[in-house]
Design a protein around this ligand. Structure first.
Ligand code: MF3
Ligand code: CO
Ligand code: CO
Length: 248
């Protein structure tokens, strides 16, 4: 691997492990009765303790260190004094910025006992992300990623959000390419070794449409159905990819 690839991978890995570590801390304390603001505090402190910054904080005016998206919130939920209750599902999205590089990851948490439908939605969303990660290698098309996700999700009767997508990341939080979570096999840009981007499908129980609330951030499903999301930051190699946002 060329030296600049190697550096980019090493730096993204360092940031990615911190972001994954923050989610791991959150997993230890999440339960009915905790507020999304308390989750944000744990995220802020963990990232700070690891000599990194929370990239979302003040990003385009975003007021908190992570996004907490509960139930029908698709993404970009703002941590607050909202208390999580038994049966809620929540996505926490964390991005660490370390030595000038970003690691961006999110996962679902189950609060207490959740419904079977919610369980199926979460499992399908995770599977869709992993199926996409598993086909990534030098030379495939971006549309291969989108179509892999869309096919799996629709086979389970769920829908893929189209208003938000994955993205290149690195020294900038968000950069080209846009990584759509739907599409046609064999279409779109070819991906190449050394590229670093996120795959972060948002999947709805009902219709795919979303709207943004008056706070300018919180995106919700138009039909108020549940939504789930997982996200990893990955680096493309000749015959596969490295997932940077995973604890070994
Ligand atoms: N982490 C989100 C992503 O996956 C972006 C959050 S931007 C914020 O791209 F400002 F809402 F935090
Ligand atoms: Co992202
Ligand atoms: Co993210």
């Amino acid at each position: 691997m060329a030296k600049d690839f190697k550096e980019a991978f090493e730096n993204t890995r360092s940031a990615g492990i911190i972001a994954a570590g923050a989610l791991n801390e959150i997993n230890k304390i999440i339960k009915p009765g905790i507020s999304t603001g308390e989750i944000d505090k744990i995220c802020y402190e963990y990232i700070n303790d690891h000599k990194a910054y929370s990239a979302p904080l003040f990003y385009r005016g975003f007021p908190k260190s992570c996004c907490t998206s509960v139930n029908h919130v698709v993404c970009h939920g703002i941590p607050s004094n909202k208390i999580l209750k038994d049966g809620d599902i929540v996505n926490v999205d964390v991005t660490a910025f370390k030595n000038g590089w970003h690691g961006d990851t999110s996962r679902m948490f189950k609060v207490g006992k959740i419904s079977i439908k919610a369980e199926r939605l979460i499992n399908t969303t995770f599977e869709a992300m992993m199926k996409a990660i598993n086909i990534v290698k030098d030379g495939i098309h971006l549309g291969d990623i989108g179509s892999t996700i869309q096919q799996h999700v629709e086979s389970q009767g769920f829908s893929v959000v189209q208003d938000f997508c994955g993205h290149g990341t690195g020294e900038k939080f968000h950069k080209e390419p846009n990584v759509l979570h739907y599409g046609e096999k064999g279409t779109g840009e070819k991906i190449k070794s050394g590229m670093i981007f996120t795959i972060e499908p948002m999947i709805n129980l009902g219709n795919y449409e979303t709207k943004t609330l008056k706070d300018g951030w919180t995106a919700v499903t138009k039909d108020k159905s549940l939504s789930a999301q997982f996200e990893h930051t990955i680096g493309v190699t000749k015959d596969g990819c490295e997932v940077f946002t995973e604890l070994s």
